[in-house]
Design a binder for this molecule. Structure first.
Ligand code: ZN
Length: 328
């Protein structure tokens, strides 16, 4: 058994419940979480069923409300389905031998994601691999509930896994917003592949936005039998994080290497995890209007990468000069 201090627990829950007051509950309860004895030493304390349920039922934090609106599920192309919301995405990639599910959105999102999966005729219990773009609450907040609902293996990058298992990040705008922590069953490294049935996902680790930001490449075929390559782009926005001084050591070099890395990726189905980044709502309208190739766009990924790099450079210069001014 691992003892979580009542303060740590209360802080975690407080992040999911606007009205929760630390002082009300901090002195009292001590929660015991059973941990499997595997001889590997103590595992990280993870969210219990009750904590997951509490997080789902709690009001969405003001700062996260923009990320929570639902959206009808739809098939993007081939076996890639959008099961996320209108603002933040989650993807189901289906095969005859089980499915991949990428991201859990905010802690309150899992019921919507599960409903969306069912509305498309699939079953959450057939998800074999649960993946995460990056360990921020707007993408990872619902993972613990989805792992519990699916029994899937949680796969994450080496540098984001500790954040997922802590349910907390120590820097950036979401530093004060813990989320239900989730056990990572398998660490994925750059270039590693996961296969289910006839579908193989290849991991592209592109640090910067988070230390282990993880994108995925997968081959798909359109309705006319033409091949395409889809890229699930983790993120290269700053997302309100500081780069001068760096939010973590090596952050600026990580971003630069990632922009360079993306330049070498040739994918014509550019998908991301915030709808605004890949024009999801417009493309969805076109898809519904009968354009089966609404999400196929050979130039979209590189246009996005160029714009994102320019934004990064502008923000870096601005933050550097602010830093100089303040230290004078
Ligand atoms: Zn993020």
């Amino acid at each position: 058994m691992i003892r979580i201090s009542s303060l740590a627990l209360t802080l975690m829950l407080a992040a999911c419940a606007q009205q929760a007051s630390v002082s009300e509950t901090a002195e009292t309860a001590e929660i015991l979480i059973p941990v499997p004895e595997d001889g590997e030493g103590a595992l990280a304390p993870l969210a219990t069923t009750e904590e997951i349920e509490f997080a789902i039922q709690s009001p969405v934090l003001d700062a996260l409300r923009v990320f929570s609106p639902p959206h009808a599920p739809f098939t993007v192309i081939d076996n890639i389905h959008h099961v996320g919301g209108a603002s933040v995405s989650a993807y189901l990639i289906t095969t005859d031998e089980g499915h991949f599910l990428i991201d859990g959105i905010v802690p309150q999102s899992p019921p919507m994601i599960v409903e969306n999966i069912e509305a498309l005729g699939f079953d959450i219990s057939d998800v074999r691999y649960l993946l995460n773009s990056h360990a921020h609450i707007d993408h990872a907040g619902g993972l613990a509930a989805l792992k519990q609902a699916s029994g899937a293996e949680m796969v994450a990058s080496e540098r984001d896994a500790p954040i997922l298992e802590a349910g907390a990040i120590s820097f950036g705008p979401s530093a004060g917003m813990p989320f239900p922590p989730v056990r990572v069953d398998q660490i994925i490294y750059d270039g590693d592949q996961l296969t289910l049935g006839d579908t193989t996902l290849t991991a592209v680790i592109m640090p910067g936005h988070s230390p282990g930001c993880t994108s995925w490449l997968v081959d798909v075929t359109d309705e006319d039998g033409n091949p395409h390559q889809a890229f699930f782009h983790c993120s290269t926005s700053l997302g309100g994080q500081r780069v001068a001084p760096e939010s973590y050591p090596g952050m600026v070099d990580d971003y630069r290497a990632t922009f360079e890395r993306v330049r070498g990726i040739d994918a014509d189905v550019f998908l991301a995890f915030h709808s605004s980044m890949f024009g999801m709502l417009d493309r969805y309208e076109r898809l519904m209007g009968g354009d089966d190739l609404a999400f196929v766009d050979a130039g979209a990924l590189q246009r996005f990468n160029d714009a994102s790099e320019a934004q990064f450079n502008t923000a870096l210069s601005r933050q550097q000069s602010e830093l100089e001014t303040s230290s004078r």
